[in-house]
Design a protein around this ligand. Structure first.
Ligand code: T46
Length: 132
C-alpha cells in the first residue's frame, strides 16, 4: 500500500498542451477503466473507503480538490490542482475527497474493472485489514 504524486511530461507546442498517459510508462499498471467525477456540489465530500487490490491515478484535469489519505497510522492531505500531476494510490489507503472547486473534473485511471467487493467502506474494518 502506498501513494505518491506523478509529474506528467507536458507535450506542448504553440497550439497548446497535451499529456499522454500510457500503460507501462507513466501509468505503472495495466489500464482497465477510466472514470471521471465532475459537477460535484458545493461542500460535498466523497470517498470514505479503501480498496483491497485496486491501483489508481487521479488527475484534476480542471479545477481542484483535496485528497485525505490515511494509511491507518497517519493522514496526509494532498491538493490536486493541475493536469500535469497525478496522484497514484495503490491498495489499502483510506481516501476521502473534499474541497471540490465547482469546475473540478477529476479523471481517475484504474487497474481493474469496477468491483464493489474490492471496496472497504467501514473504517474499523479498514484498520483491521491494515494491521493484519
Ligand atoms: C475511488 C474514488 C477516488 C460505478 O458503477 N462504476 C465505477 O467505475 C465507479 C467508480 C462507480 N460506480 C458507481 C458506484 C456508485 O453507485 O457510481 C456511484 C458512485 O461511486 P462512489 O460512491 O464509489 O464514488 P466516490 O467518489 O466515493 O469514489 C470513487 C471511486 O468509487 C473510488 O474507487 O477511489 O472515487
Amino acid at each position: 500500500m502506498s501513494y505518491h504524486l506523478i509529474d506528467f511530461k507536458t507535450l506542448g507546442d504553440d497550439r497548446g498542451s497535451l499529456i499522454a498517459i500510457e500503460e507501462g510508462y507513466n501509468a505503472p499498471f495495466d489500464i482497465k477503466r477510466v472514470y471521471y467525477i465532475f459537477d460535484t456540489k458545493k461542500g460535498i465530500e466523497r470517498g470514505f473507503h479503501a480498496h483491497i487490490n485496486l491501483k489508481q491515478i487521479a488527475i484534476a484535469v480542471k479545477g481542484s480538490c483535496t485528497f485525505v489519505l490515511d494509511n491507518g497510522k497517519q493522514k496526509e492531505e494532498i491538493e490536486l490542482n493541475s493536469p500535469n500531476q497525478g496522484l497514484y494510490i495503490d491498495g489499502l489507503i483510506w481516501r476521502e475527497m473534499k474541497n471540490f472547486s465547482l469546475d473540478c473534473v477529476l479523471v481517475v485511471i484504474a487497474s481493474e474493472h469496477y468491483d464493489e467487493s474490492d471496496y472497504i467502506r467501514d473504517y474499523n474494518q479498514f484498520l483491521e485489514e491494515v494491521n493484519l
